[in-house]
Design a protein around this ligand. Structure first.
Ligand code: S3P
Length: 381
């Protein structure tokens, strides 16, 4: 990492961002159920991803790290082995929801748990569609953790209209779809990230997907692959905004994931007047990547509408910060899904902005929040 800053000189340099978290979970899971050994490079070694990795090991998969790459010996869709111990997913909604889909098609029982925050998060959203497919999955009486999955005689493909925009829910259904009889079709109201679809395609699944519709046809196996994980766009977001709002900055982020379902923040920031250039387009597997150059910029306020939200969900907090450096009022509509993340991110951001004396309020209706930029006289050059 070559990034340096002196307060007056801004941020300068080039950085390589660690691997994408969403793709890292999917790479480990897909490799574990493929036939053969897959090599994964640039895996994000965060606690969330390591919990998924450890769960897969607990389920009998050999995963070895050698020279910065991970080698995963896949055992086929139904080749996982029963774990005598509970499977622990820490803080990770992605890990637990994706694995619930996959464990629903195994011929053994599983018990899935997480930390205090994950234990409070809504699981009804996966229990309902997986049960419709014939899975035997249940949670607490509040539909939270622990999740208990017992083997089912038959899993059927479904036609499912998603009530919430969620890639985790869509992916849980797709993983269960790998063991289902018949096609699995998912229709979404808003576009959510499509990393599972792209990874399934890369591993050889019979899958078609467009912005709001995904169909998985009966697939008998995945073929092992070498996977290079793109830099994490959500982690990049913090550097992008830092460079925009600090004077005299000019930074480049290398090999960042540019999946269209993840990068709405870039277009929002460009609309706001951000000097952002996307260079050296390429791809890792089915995932597009590029370098991003960012220079200090004078920002205008932004308007976020409900359709923007799934594509911006993890970047909304940092977009709040960018909007604090824009002259005028920025509006964020229908962002209540932020309350159901690892923490109530809407409350956390409001508390932080209040402490910094930046006006923000919910407009009676919980779905609207307004951040009023108070830092109006900036001298960005
Ligand atoms: C993720 C999907 C999103 C996102 C989360 C990662 C994924 O959650 O907020 O950080 O990897 O599928 P939802 O599916 O709940 O929207």
């Amino acid at each position: 990492m070559k990034l340096f800053s002196k307060f007056t000189e801004g941020l300068h340099g080039e950085i390589k961002i660690p691997g994408d978290k969403s793709i890292s979970h999917r790479a480990l899971i897909c490799a574990s159920i493929s036939d053969g050994t897959s090599k994964i490079s640039n895996l994000q070694e965060s606690e969330d991803v390591i919990n998924t990795l450890n769960s897969l090991k607990q389920l009998g998969i050999s995963i070895v790290k050698e020279n910065e790459s991970y080698y995963v010996e896949g055992q086929g869709f139904k080749g996982l082995k029963e774990s005598k111990k509970q499977l622990y997913f820490g803080n990770s909604g992605t890990g637990i929801r994706l694995m619930s889909g996959l464990l629903s098609i195994q011929n053994f029982s599983s018990n899935l748990i997480g930390d205090e925050s994950l234990s409070k998060r809504p699981m009804r959203r996966i229990i309902e569609p997986l049960s419709k497919m014939g899975a035997n999955i249940s949670g607490s009486n509040k539909d939270t953790l622990p999740l208990q999955i017992i083997p089912s005689q038959k899993i059927r493909g479904i036609n499912y209209k998603m009530p919430v925009a969620s890639a985790q829910v869509k992916s849980a259904i797709l993983f269960a779809g790998l063991g289902a009889q018949g096609d699995t079709k998912i229709i979404e109201k808003s576009v959510s990230r499509d990393h599972t679809e792209r990874m399934f395609e890369y591993f050889g699944a019979s899958i078609t997907y467009s912005e709001k519709e995904t169909t998985l046809k009966e697939t008998d196996k995945f073929i092992s692959q070498n996977i290079e994980i793109p830099g994490d766009f959500s982690s990049s977001a913090f550097f992008i905004v830092a460079a925009l709002i600090s004077k005299n900055s000019d930074i480049t982020l290398k090999q960042v994931g540019m999946n269209p379902s993840r990068i709405a923040l870039l277009s929002k920031l460009v609309e706001m007047g951000g000097d952002i250039k996307v260079l050296n387009h390429s791809s890792f597997g089915k995932e597009p990547i590029a370098d991003i150059n960012i220079k200090s910029s004078v920002l205008n306020p932004c308007e976020v509408t409900s359709g923007d939200v799934p594509n911006l969900i993890d970047e909304l907090p940092i977009l709040f910060i960018a909007s604090c450096f824009a002259e005028g009022i920025s509006n964020f509509n229908e962002i209540e899904e932020l309350r159901h993340k690892e923490s109530d991110r809407l409350k956390a951001m409001q508390d932080g902005l209040d402490k910094m004396k930046i006006k923000n309020f919910l407009d009676g209706n919980v779905f609207v929040s307004k951040v009023w930029a108070m830092i109006t006289q900036r001298q960005i050059s």
